[in-house]
Design a protein around this ligand. Structure first.
Ligand code: MG
Length: 174
């Protein structure tokens, strides 16, 4: 069986959606996905907002409230019929996220065994045939094929096969 490794944030988890909702309501801004094409929030937010935004990634509660990307649950479940599916998240970047990310996966992807959750730093350690991720930084040294999941920040990237939705992932693999 071939193996597919799947990222969490911006792939199965709508982290940006939650981020924008909180940021806009708490600071009275109107930042949209369209304004983020080719950019990260930190690059477009006014500098005075940055300390407030930084705090999001220091609280476990931020991670537990993130929604699921549309269609991800059904598509991932279907993939498990034909592939070994692992969730690979660079959680080392945000240690406070370990416990809430684990709970989030158990809640939203209960059909995946926790032995298939990989909380890592450098994803080149992942021994899979495919890695579905929104960050190209993980593709350079990955041994399999990186499949880019569209997010506003990666819209100008052209080096990798791209999927825009979970329906497209299903079409590519099933
Ligand atoms: Mg990601």
């Amino acid at each position: 069986m071939q193996r597919i490794a799947i990222d969490m944030d911006e792939v199965i988890a709508d982290t940006l959606g939650h981020y924008l909702e909180r940021y806009n309501s708490e600071l009275g801004r109107n930042l949209t996905r369209e304004a983020l094409l080719g950019k990260r929030v930190m690059e477009v937010a006014p500098p005075e907002d940055v300390p407030h935004i930084m705090k999001y990634f220091q609280t476990a509660e931020f991670f537990s409230k993130i929604g699921v990307m549309p269609g991800a649950q059904e598509a991932v479940r279907d993939l498990t019929g034909q592939y070994e599916v692992f969730i690979a998240t660079a959680a080392m970047e945000v240690p406070v996220s370990f416990a809430p990310k684990y709970e989030w996966l158990k809640e939203h992807f209960p059909f995946l065994p926790s032995s298939h959750f990989v909380f890592c730093g450098d994803k080149s350690i992942i021994n899979a045939d495919y890695l579905i991720d929104d960050s190209v930084k993980h593709f350079g040294r990955f041994r399999g094929e990186g499949i880019l999941f569209t997010a506003p920040h990666n819209i100008h990237e052209t080096r990798y096969r791209r999927v825009n939705t979970w329906d497209e992932v299903r079409d590519m693999f099933l």
